[in-house]
Design a protein around this ligand. Structure first.
Ligand SMILES: C[S@@+](CC[C@H](N)C(=O)[O-])C[C@H]1O[C@@H](n2cnc3c(N)ncnc32)[C@H](O)[C@@H]1O
Ligand SMILES: Nc1nc2[nH]cc(C(=O)O)c2c(=O)[nH]1
Ligand code: SF4
Ligand SMILES: [Mg+2]
Length: 210
């Protein structure tokens, strides 16, 4: 299979339990919950997306003809030794494109593979770290993984039901929009009420990283 990649970059993982780790991000083009066009945002299932995932025109983006080519590009982007190689597959919705060949090629290159997914498509079983971020109004089929990262506030989310899903870590991430300060307060209040949850900040934004 070929892969449409919006952009690829080396940074620190900004969010979740793996925050602070040196990471290659592979941002796949396209999502099943929003077209990515501003004129469609108001009627999309997911309306708060902070990311441009349309096309393959970002820095180090492109169409990769095969898994080996994409894994080679990730190794080049890592630009370090063979130790602790860490890749984050995101998007857009990465599970629209991730397949056996890509997981095998990235593992052969020595990567620990993390994914950021909206949970509407079962994630590939070979992935080493699964982060699911549910969106109200979508059906979540992937109810197990390493971390559940709920953007907050999200009217229509059943937090109690999510506590029954099979995740090692439950995270609340303040919605980054025009009401960011109030959203942070709401997220902190939820953690104070439900101590199984903890706060995830988008630290890359605080630090001025990508
Ligand atoms: C851009 S999404 C791509 C991966 C996948 N489609 C998903 O939604 O999980 C990456 C992460 O950013 C989060 N996110 C997107 N927009 C956000 C916003 N405005 N504020 C806070 N987090 C946001 C998503 O919930 C997800 O955890
Ligand atoms: N530094 C950094 N960390 C991130 N963690 C999840 C991100 C994403 O957009 O999936 C992201 C991102 O875009 N940048
Ligand atoms: S599901 Fe993820 S990539 Fe798709 S629109 Fe929502 S936040 Fe953005
Ligand atoms: Mg992001």
């Amino acid at each position: 299979m070929s892969y449409a990649v919006k952009e690829m970059f080396l940074t620190l993982q900004g969010e979740g339990v793996q925050a602070g780790r040196r990471a290659v991000f592979v941002r796949f083009a396209g999502c099943n919950l929003w077209s990515g066009r501003e004129q469609d945002r108001a009627r999309a299932i997911c309306r708060f997306c902070d990311t441009d995932f349309v096309g393959v025109d970002g820095l180090s983006g492109g169409r990769f003809a095969d898994a080996q080519g994409l894994a080679d590009a990730a190794v080049q982007m890592w630009s370090g030794g063979e130790e602790a190689r860490f890749v984050v597959l995101t998007g857009g919705e990465p599970m629209l494109q991730v397949d056996d060949a890509l997981i095998d090629a990235l593992h052969a290159a020595g990567f620990f593979i993390a994914i950021e997914s909206n949970g509407t498509i079962p994630v590939h079983p070979g992935i080493d770290w699964v982060c699911i971020s549910p969106k109200a109004g979508s059906e979540i089929v992937q109810r197990r993984g390493n971390e559940l990262k709920l953007v907050w506030p999200q009217p229509g989310s059943d937090v109690t039901a999510m506590e029954g899903w099979d995740f090692a870590h439950l995270l609340i991430q303040p919605l980054d929009d025009a009401n960011a300060a109030a959203n942070q307060e709401a997220a902190m209040a939820l953690v104070m009420e439900r101590p199984r949850w903890r706060l995830s900040l988008q630290t890359h934004k605080l630090l001025g990283l990508r």
